[in-house]
Design a protein around this ligand. Structure first.
Ligand SMILES: Nc1ncnc2c1ncn2[C@@H]1O[C@H](COP(=O)(O)OP(=O)(O)OP(=O)(O)O)[C@@H](O)[C@H]1O
Ligand SMILES: O=C(O)C1=C[C@@H](O)[C@@H](O)[C@H](O)C1
Ligand SMILES: [Mg+2]
Length: 192
């Protein structure tokens, strides 16, 4: 037998870094899932540059996401989002937290599949709702019944997010616990 024995000194972070190699780590999931918060903390631990695609879009366009939706509509926004994410992935490795709809767009999803290891932060409706109803910065939720809209988005999008390489269930535990679970999920993958 030629078993490979892991050195016991290898920490979770080191193991996750080894598995990730030079790949980008890409967080996907619905609004409020924690992509920005958990992505940033994970990047710090992995010592990899972090970028949030919504922030990057706002930086390059000098407009807010709401302004972009209002001025150009969702389709144009998706096209800009796709171009920004493609550029970020090609200039990595980075940890990229994507906007909630990015992975749903077929072209953007293709770029992510080709250039990154993706983690879907899945969450149930109540967790998401508790988090997103505090702010009104999300244009897609400016409807008569935003909770119902969020549920409709869940139903439409969850089968697509499920194509991500890894799924971690986001819930109301300490953010550190979530980061630990993300690292453990990466560390448990076969090295590429
Ligand atoms: N595990 C957690 N426990 C408690 N609060 C959390 C947790 N993860 C994230 N949050 C909080 O939930 C809110 C939404 O999180 P975040 O902005 O990271 O979501 P997002 O997935 O990036 O959403 P969007 O797609 O709208 O950008 C933030 O206020 C964040 O601090
Ligand atoms: O879920 C979505 O489609 C969106 C999520 C946000 O991150 C922003 O990218 C924008 O509000 C659209
Ligand atoms: Mg975010």
């Amino acid at each position: 037998m030629n078993d490979v024995i892991e050195p016991v000194s290898e920490t979770l972070v080191e193991r996750a870094k080894t598995v990730l190699g030079r790949r980008n780590l890409v967080f996907v999931g619905l609004m409020g899932a924690g992509k920005s918060a958990i992505g940033r903390m994970t990047a710090t631990l992995l010592n990899i540059p972090f970028v949030d695609s919504d922030h990057e879009i706002e930086r390059v366009s000098r407009m807010t996401i709401s302004e972009l939706f209002a001025a150009y509509g969702e389709e144009e926004f998706r096209s800009l989002e796709g171009r920004v994410i493609k550029r970020l992935l090609h200039s990595g490795p980075r940890v990229v937290s994507t906007g909630g709809g990015a992975y749903i767009n077929e072209r953007t999803r293709r770029h992510i599949k080709k250039n990154g290891l993706s983690v879907w932060l899945s969450a149930d409706l109540d967790v998401l709702w508790q988090r997103v109803n505090k702010r009104d910065t999300r244009p897609l939720l400016k409807t008569e019944n935003p909770k119902q809209t969020l549920e409709n988005l869940m139903n439409a999008r969850y089968p697509v997010y499920a194509e991500a390489d890894l799924t971690v269930v986001s819930r109301d535990v300490k953010k550190e616990v979530m980061v630990d679970e993300v690292l453990a999920a990466i560390a448990a993958m076969p090295k590429k």
